[in-house]
Every structure is written in structure tokens, then in C-alpha cells.
Design a protein around this ligand. Structure first.
Ligand code: SF4
Length: 327
């Protein structure tokens, strides 16, 4: 079974990306024949700085590797290094209905967010995503809830193509990330995101001091005004983070201390801070060591692209054959 997933190189990765995607990929790469892509062609559908993009691509590669994506087990590559992605996207656009694209909620959201730059690439984004997956005939795609609609469209595109030209593509199935949605520190009603400012997220590269600066003012259960006020851990965003970073015994202690006003939120945050720092430390150390040799990282990406191309070219050849594009 083949698996494909990817992240856009848009800057520093945060805990939401780590817990919602990469941590899960590290386990999945042992079970599936995996490809992990740096989807730079998707990143250019919104305003970006061309001078910063090359560094962001290398940074994301470092994050993949530091978190445990292993190039001996998985193919790691950059989307634009394999031109077959855009070639297949064009082909698939001819079997994709305009109505389906217009229904995509992400396009509607991003159009509002970037009202000054609603480009055709943003509209066609789901076709490129379908091409990313179908090019490798991936049977499974780990996705968050917010990408399910795009994956459903990829399945629909595969069905339409197969019906019209003959069976080529398997219909990719989602592997839904089990981790809870990671919410913003300063506004837990929103998903953790860099768009809500520095205090809303913890980056994987944040130092212990920076993490504390972000955790200390983080929003908790508003009922806990003073140390003597009991709270409800289940409604607190930080308690959810405890469940992801703290050992079971400490999670239980935190819940008890919160309900029975045994300690204040700052004590609770201190325990969480220690556990987050402990988990991120080896990742940060590995990342620092890898960053010392950028040429090695570039070489690794080139090798990854070559391996990806072997699969991609085979699929494109089969597609062209079926479509009458070979003479
Ligand atoms: Fe949240 Fe901990 Fe404060 Fe309870 S004690 S409200 S779990 S930060």
C-alpha cells in the first residue's frame, strides 16, 4: 500500500503541524510505502516572498528529518522537482467539473483571506492536490478533517478518469489524524496557526524561554480567576496539550489539582512547559546538526525527486496511452 502526504513550505512548523501530521507520519512510514512531499507549488497560490521560499523549502525538509521521517524508509522530495505533478494536474483538469471546484470551502475561505489575490491557481489547487496523490497511485492519504473535502474530490476525479479512459487510478482513502485539533494559545476557539500572531502558537524551533513566554499568558478555563477557584480541565486548551505531552500520572494529577483548586494555572503551565521542552529537545538538537550540512540536505532532496520521478513517469506514460496522447 502506498501513502502520500505533504506540507506547504510557509515558514516555521508549529505544534499543530507536528501533532496533527508529522508525528503520525513517522509511525505510518513503517507500515506503508511512503512519499512525503514539500508542496511548494501549492504555497505559491497565496502571496509569498520568492527570496524566502528556498530557505523555507530547506527548513521544512530539516523539520521532516528532525522529527523522524527517515529517507531510508520514505521518499522525501520537493513537488516542483517532479514536473509530472503539473502535467497530470492539467490532464485531470479536463475531467474535473467547474461546479465541484466552486464547492470547495478552502477556496472560499482563502479567497476571503486573500481578497486582493484570488488567482486561478488557488481555484485549481484541489486538482493539483489530486494529481499529487494520483501520480503515485497512493491508496492512502493521512489528512486532517479540513482536507477531507479535497480528498473526496480526488476520489471523484479518479473515478471519472477511470470511467472515461479505463482503470488507471486507485481511489485514495483518508487516514484521519487521531490527534485532537490543536488550538491557538491566545484564542482556543481557533485552530493553532501562524496567522494569529506569535503568541498563538509554539514553533518546533522555539527555545525553552520562548515557549514559556507563550505558555505563561495562554488562555485557560476562565473560571479559575484565583488559585482558590476550582476549574474544569476538560474545557481548558492547556489540559488538552497535557494529554498530548505529559505522562498519564501527571495528567491525572493536573486534572485533580484543577478541579479541587490544589494549585494555580501557572503551576500547571510549568509542568506542561517542562514536558513540551523535553519532547522538543531531541528534535531541535537533531535539526541543528542536520542544518550544519545544507548540501547534504539538497542532495537528499535530489535523490528523493529521482525516486519519485521513476513512479511519476510510469503513471504519466500509462495515462497518455489511455488518453490517445501517444502516437
Ligand atoms: Fe487549565 Fe491547568 Fe489552569 Fe486547569 S489548572 S484551567 S487545566 S491551566
Amino acid at each position: 500500500m502506498r501513502l502520500l502526504s505533504g506540507i506547504q513550505p510557509t515558514g516555521l512548523l508549529h505544534l499543530g503541524n507536528y501533532l496533527g501530521a508529522i508525528k503520525n507520519w513517522v509511525k505510518l512510514q513503517n507500515k506503508y510505502d511512503s512519499l512525503f512531499c514539500i508542496v511548494d507549488y501549492h504555497a505559491i497560490t497565496v502571496p509569498y516572498d520568492p527570496k524566502k521560499l528556498p530557505k523555507m523549502i530547506l527548513d521544512l525538509t530539516l523539520d521532516y528529518l528532525a522529527c523522524g521521517i527517515d529517507p531510508k524508509k520514505s521518499i522525501i522530495f520537493v513537488q516542483s522537482d517532479v514536473p509530472e505533478h503539473t502535467e497530470l494536474a492539467w490532464i485531470l483538469s479536463t475531467v474535473t467539473s467547474l461546479g465541484d471546484l466552486k464547492r470547495m470551502t478552502q477556496f472560499k475561505d482563502k479567497s476571503k483571506q486573500h481578497a486582493e489575490n484570488i488567482n486561478a491557481g488557488l481555484f485549481n489547487y484541489p486538482i493539483l492536490m489530486a494529481a499529487d496523490i494520483l501520480l503515485y497511485k497512493a491508496q492512502v492519504v493521512p489528512v486532517g478533517q479540513d482536507q477531507l473535502q479535497h480528498l473526496e474530490l480526488a476520489r471523484e476525479i479518479a473515478r471519472k478518469f477511470n470511467k472515461k479512459f479505463g482503470n488507471v487510478f486507485p481511489e485514495p482513502k483518508p487516514i484521519l489524524t487521531k490527534a485532537a485539533r490543536i488550538m491557538s494559545l491566545n484564542d482556543p476557539r481557533k485552530k493553532m496557526s501562524k496567522s494569529y500572531g506569535e503568541k498563538s502558537y509554539i514553533a518546533l524551533s522555539d527555545s525553552p524561554e520562548t515557549i514559556w513566554k507563550k505558555l505563561a499568558p495562554a488562555v485557560t478555563d476562565p473560571a479559575r480567576v484565583t488559585i482558590k477557584d476550582p476549574g474544569t480541565p476538560e474545557i481548558c486548551n492547556l489540559y488538552h496539550l497535557h494529554q498530548l505531552f505529559s505522562p498519564k500520572k501527571q495528567i491525572d494529577q493536573v486534572a485533580d489539582a484543577c478541579r479541587n483548586a490544589k494549585f494555580g494555572c501557572l503551576d500547571c503551565k510549568k509542568i506542561l512547559w517542562e514536558n513540551i521542552v523535553k519532547e522538543l529537545k531531541p528534535i531541535q538538537e537533531k535539526r541543528k546538526a542536520l542544518a550544519a550540512n545544507p548540501e547534504k540536505i539538497k542532495k537528499l532532496l535530489q535523490q528523493g525527486a529521482q525516486e519519485a520521478k521513476k513512479i511519476a513517469q510510469k503513471t504519466i506514460s500509462e495515462v497518455k496511452e489511455k488518453m490517445g496522447l501517444k502516437y
